[in-house]
Unconditional design. Structure first.
Length: 262
């Protein structure tokens, strides 16, 4: 009976009702409706993960994000729920992965070494460092550098889902949430979010062309690595490598921003 009544209303009306009533029946309806979205996001995240990370576990982690999105969604913000939920679902999955500490220490150290090199170089150069410059700074050939990047592929997606603590009590956000700016926020926090958003946009614009295309197609057009490979006419593993390099560069930009360098 509840579902038939729900079916007579538009989704906007249902969200407005849920915002007022927090109806358990409506919450259950939204969970059923958007579970395929959880599985879709989990499927995208699972690409490049080691075999020890189970797809069903990723789905389970993502369900926490869906529930969080349903409870916090504000239809008055003029953001589609699906857009809002994808960020929350992906963030919940990475939060759980981070707690599980699934990345091997050696891989994490190598990722940090590359990132630190980029941070140091770009703060010195005042521009995006080339692969050749990064390799030289690390004391390896460019071919060896590309090989090291492939080693950390699959773990670098964490970089765009790191938590940025806003300094407003226990308030924090995912970097991917930086496009949001809820009116209820402390004005100082809103200003900081806008600054983070500016740095992210600047970082994307300064990426080498192919890396920029991968980021746009993956995060904004929602394509898989395989689909992006077809668009750019390169292998899926090459897309994974480009994605990793782009994330390391963007993470370095955010590190320099934190340090007040940019």
């Amino acid at each position: 009976m509840a579902d038939s009544l729900c079916d007579e209303k538009t989704e906007d009306e249902l969200w407005a009702e849920f915002k007022k009533t927090k109806s358990p029946a409506l919450r259950d309806k939204f969970i059923r409706q958007y579970m395929p979205l959880v599985k879709y996001v989990a499927g995208k995240v699972s690409v490049g993960m080691p075999g020890s990370v189970e797809f069903d576990d990723l789905v389970g982690f993502g369900q926490f994000g869906l529930l969080d999105a349903i409870n916090k969604y504000d239809p008055d913000k003029n953001v589609k729920f699906k857009t809002y939920a994808v960020t929350r679902i992906r963030g919940a999955i990475f939060d759980e992965l981070r707690q599980l500490d699934w990345v091997p220490r050696s891989v994490r150290q190598k990722s940090r070494e590359i990132e630190d090199t980029i941070v140091e170089l770009e703060s010195k150069l005042g521009r995006t460092a080339t692969d050749a410059e990064i390799a030289k700074q690390m004391g390896v050939s460019e071919e060896e550098y590309q090989h090291e990047v492939m080693k950390v592929s699959g773990t670098s997606m964490l970089s765009l889902n790191d938590v940025w603590y806003s300094g407003d009590g226990d308030d924090h956000m995912l970097i991917g949430d930086s496009i949001e700016s809820p009116a209820s926020m402390n004005p100082d926090v809103q200003v900081e979010r806008e600054e983070i958003r500016r740095v992210i946009i600047q970082a994307i614009n300064e990426l080498p062309e192919k890396e920029k295309m991968v980021i746009i197609l993956y995060y904004h057009e929602d394509l898989t690595f395989k689909e992006i490979g077809q668009v750019l006419d390169v292998s899926e593993s090459r897309i994974s490598q480009l994605h990793t390099k782009a994330n390391l560069r963007m993470r370095a930009k955010l590190t320099n921003f934190r340090k007040g360098i940019i």
